[in-house]
Design a protein around this ligand. Structure first.
Ligand SMILES: [Zn+2]
Length: 358
């Protein structure tokens, strides 16, 4: 039996792939823009929300990424970063998310004189405020930040180091994002080696705007523990025979259960999939890949995690057990210590699903 949106909102969920600069409230963009004299493409919250959705729905990752200049421009002060981080947590909690990782690229938030450390601390403080407020409102949530670097800018050790320096202080790992095609992850290999030497977990956006060779590079040359999107790994699976046959890198990713951070609506908007009902997520799940579901950018994709799961339930008939399975995959893939993941599963996710779905 499929699950309705309202029911899905009530079950505990885990959001692994959510960009801090892709999830602002439209009203917040407007207010922050006014504070710093930034001109926005629309003057009221509803029109601005439409603008983000329409501009992002362009059929290519490069076009989709252009809208971020509007959000990044208003996230250049400690107060703005703290507010956006706080609202990130509150909005996730309101959607029933119990664990969320917020990823963002500090190097993009230094135009008004912030140091990378000051920016990281502002996000840390905002996450803490959001967690405290959500808990006080009866919706406890754990939120962490992922320090992101960008494929198309030169590696910066001072940025990478933030993932080491703040690892016990709100930062749970590292991410590489940005335009995939033409900007190989291997250009950042020295940073990944530095992270591995320091035992820092990291994920890499790969298998989104490029195919299996990009996934291979992220996993085998760089050492990614998770894959942002990763869905084009399906191109390394022979689906023409009765029994699908994974190729070398597809088999590896499946067999060692590297979590795929799948963001269905985002993939439709960037042209990876024609629609949710033709998205490769169902094939990947069938083949045993460690599929997790996220939003990517709630503002640009006009979505929430509950809506992503509801869309999958409607398209593929996923029932409560299927959604629990996806949620457990995500919890197991969280960049949290093992004991905290076990506690999240045993004390929050399993009883939370049981309470709602019986
Ligand atoms: Zn992403």
């Amino acid at each position: 039996m499929t699950m309705e949106l309202e029911t899905i909102r009530q079950v505990p969920k885990v959001a692994l792939h959510d960009h801090l600069d892709g999830g602002l409230r439209p009203a917040t963009v407007l207010e922050l823009a006014r504070d710093v004299g930034h001109e926005t493409p629309a003057g009221d919250a509803a029109s601005l929300a439409d603008w983000f959705r329409d501009q992002s729905n362009a059929g290519s990752l490069a076009e989709y990424l252009k809208t971020f200049s509007e959000t990044v421009a208003v996230m250049q002060t400690p107060d703005a970063l703290r507010r956006v981080a706080r609202e990130f947590v509150l909005d996730q909690a309101a959607d029933g998310v119990v664990y969320a990782e917020a990823r963002w690229a500090p190097e993009q938030h230094l135009t008004r004189g912030l140091t990378p450390a000051q920016a990281t601390e502002a996000v840390r403080d905002g996450l803490a405020e959001g967690m405290a407020q959500a808990t006080a409102e009866g919706r406890p949530i754990i939120a962490r930040q992922l320090i992101t670097s960008l494929r198309h800018t030169p590696p910066r050790r001072d940025i990478t180091r933030l993932a080491v320096d703040y690892r016990d202080d709100s930062v749970c790992g590292f991410d590489l994002a940005g335009p995939e095609d033409g900007f190989p992850a291997v250009s950042h290999v020295a940073e990944f080696e530095y992270l591995r030497r320091n035992n820092v977990l990291f994920t890499i956006h790969a298998g989104e705007a490029a195919g299996p060779s990009s996934v291979w590079e992220a996993v085998q040359l760089c050492g990614a523990r998770r894959l942002g999107h990763g869905v084009r790994i399906v191109e390394d699976v022979d689906l023409t025979t009765g029994r699908p046959a994974p190729g070398g890198i597809a088999a590896y990713v499946r067999d060692v259960q590297i979590p795929l951070e799948v963001c269905p609506t985002s993939n439709v908007m960037t042209g990876i999939s024609d629609g949710i009902d033709t998205h490769p997520v169902d094939v990947l799940l069938d083949l045993g890949f460690a599929v997790t579901i996220s939003c990517d950018n709630r503002l640009m994709s006009d979505t929430t995690l509950s809506r992503e799961l509801a869309a999958l339930s409607a398209a593929f008939g996923y029932d409560a057990d299927d959604l629990l399975f996806l949620t457990l995959n995500a919890a197991q893939g969280a960049f949290l210590p093992l004991d905290e993941r076990v506690q999240l599963i045993d004390e929050v996710i399993l009883p939370g699903f049981a309470a709602v779905t019986g």
